[in-house]
Design a protein around this ligand. Structure first.
Ligand code: ZN
Length: 266
């Protein structure tokens, strides 16, 4: 019995393989553009236009699909949205063809939110294929200092690249995304956790750290910070190795941290 998410990830990997073997790109180096995959999944037409709040639209049409991409969005985002819609094609096909062999805890359990997250995951798979990305990652080293170079190489956003690093790191690793926030009760701005990559740790929803934290320090400097720091990941507050780096300028500035929960103090 194969579950739908596994099945689609396998299909996405096969698609990448076909793309790499095809004459369209014919090399093993990134970046891979979502548009390169279009033919392989029967996308007949690509239109770029102002779609307001929407990132992209997938429209079935005779013998395939048409896709509309929001031209107002940053090109990196357009590329990722495009890949996300390709994931929907794979997902819809898998759901259509599902038999008892592809047991879906699916149809019922696979709600909209789950589907969207799965498509994000598949989009990352298409643009940052496991084998190629892992190669690059091992050359660069698993560190916040590698995110920018990998993002440039794969033509992906910094947050998406950080998530992928955490996903593919051999050493357990969690990616955290922070913004500086001031809540009414607080006297000062503090780094607040906005999202984190999948992890086995229960992490408080509105986790924040003080201005003494190395996360805050990363907001102030251009270099990265890295140290053991005590904070609440899971139920127990204990020291974790955390690396942080700031990206972008105020007020859009954000911090990406990589936490290595199993790393021990020397
Ligand atoms: Zn979607």
């Amino acid at each position: 019995m194969t579950e739908i998410p596994e099945l689609i990830i396998t299909q996405a990997n096969e698609l990448t393989q076909r793309l790499l073997e095809s004459k369209t790109i014919g090399h093993n180096v990134p970046p891979l553009f979502a548009e390169d995959y279009a033919q392989l999944v029967n996308i007949k037409r690509v239109e770029k236009m102002d779609l307001g709040d929407l990132s992209a639209l997938l429209l079935p049409e005779k013998g395939g699909y048409a896709i509309k991409i929001n031209s107002k969005h940053h090109p990196l985002r357009q590329n990722f949205s495009f890949a996300h819609e390709i994931a929907h094609i794979l997902l819809d096909k898998a759901l259509d063809e599902s038999t008892e062999h592809t047991e879906l805890r699916a149809t019922k359990q696979m709600d909209g939110k789950f589907k969207e997250r799965l498509c994000e995951r598949i989009a990352a798979e298409l643009l940052m294929p496991k084998t190629i990305f892992t190669n690059y990652l091992n050359q660069q080293g698993i560190s916040v200092n590698s995110i920018l170079r990998l993002a440039h190489a794969f033509y992906t956003s910094i947050p998406a690249t950080a998530r992928r690093i955490a996903e593919l790191s051999e050493e357990p690793c969690i990616a955290l995304y922070w913004k500086l926030v001031k809540r009414p009760r607080w006297r000062e701005f503090k780094p607040c956790l906005i999202w984190l990559s999948d992890s086995q740790y229960e992490i408080p929803k509105f986790l924040s750290v003080s201005q003494n934290s190395s996360v805050f320090e990363a907001f102030q400097t251009t270099s990265s910070t890295g140290q053991f720091e005590s904070f609440a990941l899971g139920n127990i507050k204990r020291p974790f190795y955390i690396e942080s780096k700031g990206f972008g300028q105020k007020p859009q500035r954000y911090i990406i941290s990589l936490v290595f929960p199993q790393r021990k103090k020397a």
